[in-house]
Design a protein around this ligand. Structure first.
Ligand SMILES: C[S@@+](CC[C@H](N)C(=O)[O-])C[C@H]1O[C@@H](n2cnc3c(N)ncnc32)[C@H](O)[C@@H]1O
Length: 263
């Protein structure tokens, strides 16, 4: 795992089958890390109840999160939940919202299972796999209340920038899956990635920046409700600005029919 989260989320080999060059964003490295004993036992006990594989969801065609939760609440998708610290805290703080985390890192998903079952949270579900596959293949247009992408892998080397998740095609795809008035929320502590995110989102006509920190700054205020993780605290201690970008989706139909993302 490149960047600031390397201690928690180690880098290993890529799992995705190779596709045609340029045909997609390869934003993650596959983590075939072993689960700890505690993670394995949480996985065996709770995954069948709270988790599903993205590939199975996509194979099933259109995906109905309301049926999965058994109620008709707003649905937020978090992409790249890592070890699940923020994810579980927000699910606990927002019981009226249903939360779906999509992540490729299995130990992180297992850790999130432990957090949600310890806290007896009924409003969190987990998906294992590539968020882009999920958005492309299973999430209906204008169906989500929001998408959160907190501290995505920064891929700091220039030659790896093409692996960054937040690129024009991804932003169009994500925005197209959010309902009119819903929210896209990005956060990063990586300055040039933050600038790039802001630039890419400013060029997407369906997005309108919210909660600007100061007039014309182009950044949103850090929302009080987003939990402060140890990674973010370290960034602040080391003098790196953490940037939040909150956008409302306006007229998602104007984005058109986005079926796939090529970067
Ligand atoms: C740097 S970590 C940040 C984790 C967490 N959001 C946090 O703030 O601590 C980024 C996470 O995104 C995951 N990720 C990257 N690309 C992904 C994708 N296309 N689909 C699902 N997860 C992805 C990685 O596996 C990694 O766990």
């Amino acid at each position: 795992m490149p960047g600031t989260h390397s201690a928690a989320l180690p880098e290993t080999s890529d799992r995705r089958e190779p596709r045609a060059p340029g045909s997609r964003i390869r934003s993650f490295v596959h983590q075939r890390n072993r689960l700890t004993e505690g993670q394995q036992s949480a996985w065996d006990r709770w995954w069948p109840e709270f988790g599903r594989d993205v590939d199975d969801v996509v194979a099933g065609g259109s995906w109905d999160p309301h049926a999965w939760f058994g109620r008709d609440a707003p649905v937020l998708l978090e992409i790249g939940s890592g070890m699940g610290e923020t994810t579980a805290a927000l699910a606990a703080a927002e019981p009226e919202i249903d939360h779906v985390a999509v992540e490729v890192f299995e130990p992180g998903l297992a850790q999130l299972l432990m957090r949600i079952t310890d806290a007896e949270l009924g409003n969190q579900r987990l998906l294992r796999g590539d968020a882009v596959d999920l958005l492309e293949g299973a999430v209906a247009p204008a169906s989500l209340d929001g998408i959160r992408v907190y501290f995505p892998d920064p891929w700091p080397k220039r030659r790896h920038h093409k692996r960054r998740l937040v690129q024009p095609g991804f932003v169009a795809l994500a925005a197209s899956r959010i309902r009119d008035g819903g929210t896209l929320h990005l956060a990063t502590d990586w300055p040039d990635y933050a600038d790039r995110m802001r630039h890419v989102c400013a060029a997407q006509p369906a997005l309108e920046l919210r909660d600007e920190s100061t007039p014309d700054s182009g950044w949103s205020r850090r929302p009080d409700w987003r939990p402060m993780t140890k990674f973010e605290a370290r960034a602040v201690d080391e003098g790196r600005p953490v940037r939040d970008l909150l956008y409302s989706v306006v007229h998602p139909e104007a984005i058109g029919d986005v079926r796939s993302v090529t970067g």
